[in-house]
Design a protein around this ligand. Structure first.
Ligand code: ADP
Ligand code: S3P
Ligand code: MG
Length: 186
């Protein structure tokens, strides 16, 4: 895929594999990988758990919107967003208008298994993380769908296979949009 591929922005729930797949996809495309959570941590000089503890979720979301605005202005990156980035309409606009948005979709049971040992997600440090993931999924799935250009299930596919499938989807997407704009010029 050549110069015509815009930036790729990954959205989806915690544990869908945005960070993992994003890193591999960037390598495959020879592009820079950025994770919005890592960017926020580097800008703040503190980790996500600390930001939630000191500033609350509202403070984190303000930092997240600034980060999404800045990062989506890069023209040829692969960006993994945090699972809640789509909650804010402004973020959805930045994502949808400035690149190709890929929704990595995984069932709640898979999200739970993949996040259960990792203590770095403050929203899941509760007695019933399954219920939290279910509620978040109900609230956010329509928003992921609203913002996505491409939807990819990640539940039962190895990361490397995922990346190969995603490369094919991106190629088809670019071909279709190039064809459509050529027709408009006719
Ligand atoms: N397709 C996959 N198959 C199996 N394990 C995966 C897959 N994608 C991610 N993982 C694992 O799930 C965990 C969470 O992945 P991560 O990339 O941090 O998700 P996200 O950024 O969407 O929250 C990590 O331990 C990662 O190795
Ligand atoms: O779903 C969410 O609201 C969050 C997801 C996390 O990112 P990942 O989706 O990469 O785990 C991180 O941004 C923060 O803990 C909040
Ligand atoms: Mg992540």
């Amino acid at each position: 895929m050549g110069q015509e591929l815009p930036s790729v922005f990954l959205v989806g729930p915690m544990g869908a594999g945005k960070t993992t797949i994003g890193k591999l996809l960037a390598k495959q495309l020879g592009r820079t990988f950025v994770d919005s959570d890592w960017y926020i941590e580097s800008q703040t000089g503190a980790d996500i758990a600390w930001i939630f503890a000191k500033e609350g979720e509202a403070g984190f979301r303000e930092r997240e919107t600034r980060a999404i605005d800045e990062l989506t202005q890069n023209s040829q990156i692969v960006l993994a967003t945090g699972g809640g980035a789509v909650m804010c309409a402004e973020n959805r606009e930045f994502l949808k208008q400035r690149g190709i948005v890929v929704y990595l979709n995984a069932p709640v049971e898979v999200q739970l298994a993949r996040t259960s040992k990792d203590k770095s997600r403050p929203l899941l440090q509760q007695p019933n993380p399954r219920k939290i993931l279910q509620d978040l999924y109900s609230a956010r799935d329509p928003l992921y769908r609203q913002v996505a250009h491409i939807i990819m299930p990640t539940g039962h596919t190895y990361p490397r296979h995922m990346v190969n499938q995603l490369m094919q989807q991106l190629e088809s997407f670019v071909d279709c949009t190039t064809d459509a704009s050529a027709h408009q010029e006719d």
